[in-house]
Design a protein around this ligand. Structure first.
Ligand code: ADP
Ligand code: ARG
Length: 345
């Protein structure tokens, strides 16, 4: 492969960190699953408007292509190669009462973690057969869950377009045809091997074989962050006894995108902040202070509607799960206080 041509206005981390000496050193190496630099960077090459632009094909990618991945990981998470990641899923350590008990601002709360199966290639490098095997193993594990975590698995192949579209619109299901995932090789053989598991209330859901092999999700209306976190922890622990998760001492839970490493957790609220929305500088000063990310109402790469935003923790690696949720909680408390102050003006 020749050094890729990036437009001058490219601001992705790939453009920033793929210096020619890094390119030359990595261009001819590959991982034990045969994953190459060309595959790792294709999403960012095809999509110069990427914010990151790279994906891993397996756990080994993070070490084989460390000269590219390490600076990206440090830039995104503030996590250095000498830092250590630790996990803490103890709900007793979380200090989070409902930031909006009257239900005036927070519409819903959702916390998800990404997980992949140990000793298997990640989505960008997996074969159709191995993906199917992963799906079968996960579904077998999910079938053993009981109580409020008991549910049904719905494969994407065979699902009607109407049902699929309704699930997407209602924020329960991943969207189809994402161009970043497409170029990363994550949409190969679509919809084969993909699906969604959920309980009757749709407060506990698992996405199978989307960007990661599992996305374990707990969500509900309102702002009871503790209840959502507690349900998620039970689900992670329940599934973890059946499905061995890919984990590294250094990088935590392994995910296909470096932004999700570590806790692989995104804790978010859908929150109405119509006054703050008129002063984005003030809004962003608060989200920066609490390490939060602002997304639109239909998730990543979508827009806000009617002053409602998706606010979540930005950092995932080098902090514990409890801290990730705490970041979101503390930031949301500050955002609501700022919104209230603007109402009174
Ligand atoms: P991910 O959360 O897996 O990183 P997205 O940003 O694409 O991926 O979000 C996935 C879906 O979850 C989208 O439909 C999004 O609107 C929905 N979602 C995220 N946070 C919340 C929330 N707090 N309440 C309801 N739906 C949410
Ligand atoms: N690859 C996309 C980009 O660089 C998304 C990065 C983070 N989001 C994700 N879903 N992994 O813009």
């Amino acid at each position: 492969m020749n050094y890729p041509k990036f437009p001058t206005e490219c601001h992705s981390m790939l453009c920033k960190y793929l210096r020619s000496e890094v390119f030359d050193a990595l261009n001819t190496v590959q991982t034990k699953h045969g994953f190459t630099l060309e595959q790792a960077i294709n999403s960012g090459v095809q999509n110069p408007d990427s914010s990151i632009g790279v994906y891993a094909g397996d756990k080994e990618s993070y070490f084989t292509f460390a000269a590219l991945f390490d600076p990206i990981i440090e830039d995104y998470h503030g996590f250095k190669t000498t830092d250590k990641h630790t996990s803490d899923l103890d709900t007793a350590h979380l200090h989070a009462s409902n930031p909006d008990p009257e239900g005036k601002y927070i519409l819903s709360t959702r916390i998800r973690v990404g997980r992949n199966v140990d000793n298997m290639p990640l989505g960008p490098a997996i074969s159709k057969e191995a993906r199917k095997q992963v799906e079968e193993n996960i579904v077998e594990g999910l079938k053993t869950l009981d109580g409020d975590l008991a549910g049904e698995y719905y494969p994407l192949s065979g699902m009607s377009k109407e049902v699929q579209e309704r699930l997407i619109q209602d924020h329960f299901l991943f969207k189809e045809g994402d161009r970043f995932l497409e170029a990363a090789g994550l949409n190969r053989d679509w919809p084969d091997g993909r699906g969604i598991y959920h309980n009757a209330d749709k407060t506990f859901l698992v996405w199978v074989n989307e960007e990661d092999q599992l996305r374990i999700i707990s969500m509900q209306k309102g702002g009871d962050i503790r209840e959502v976190f507690t349900r998620l922890v039970r689900a992670i622990e329940g599934i973890g006894t059946k499905v061995p998760f890919s984990y590294s001492e250094h990088l935590g839970y392994i995910t296909s995108c470096p932004t999700n490493l570590g806790t692989a957790m995104r804790a978010s609220v859908h929150i109405a902040l119509p006054n703050l929305a008129k002063d984005m500088a003030k809004f962003q000063a608060i989200t920066d202070k609490y390490h939060l990310q602002i997304r639109g109402i239909h998730g990543e790469h979508s827009e806000s509607e009617g002053g409602v935003y998706d606010i979540s923790n930005r950092r995932r690696l080098g902090i514990t799960e409890v801290q990730a949720v705490q970041d979101m909680h503390d930031g949301v408390v500050a955002l609501i206080a700022a919104e209230k102050a603007l109402e009174e003006n």
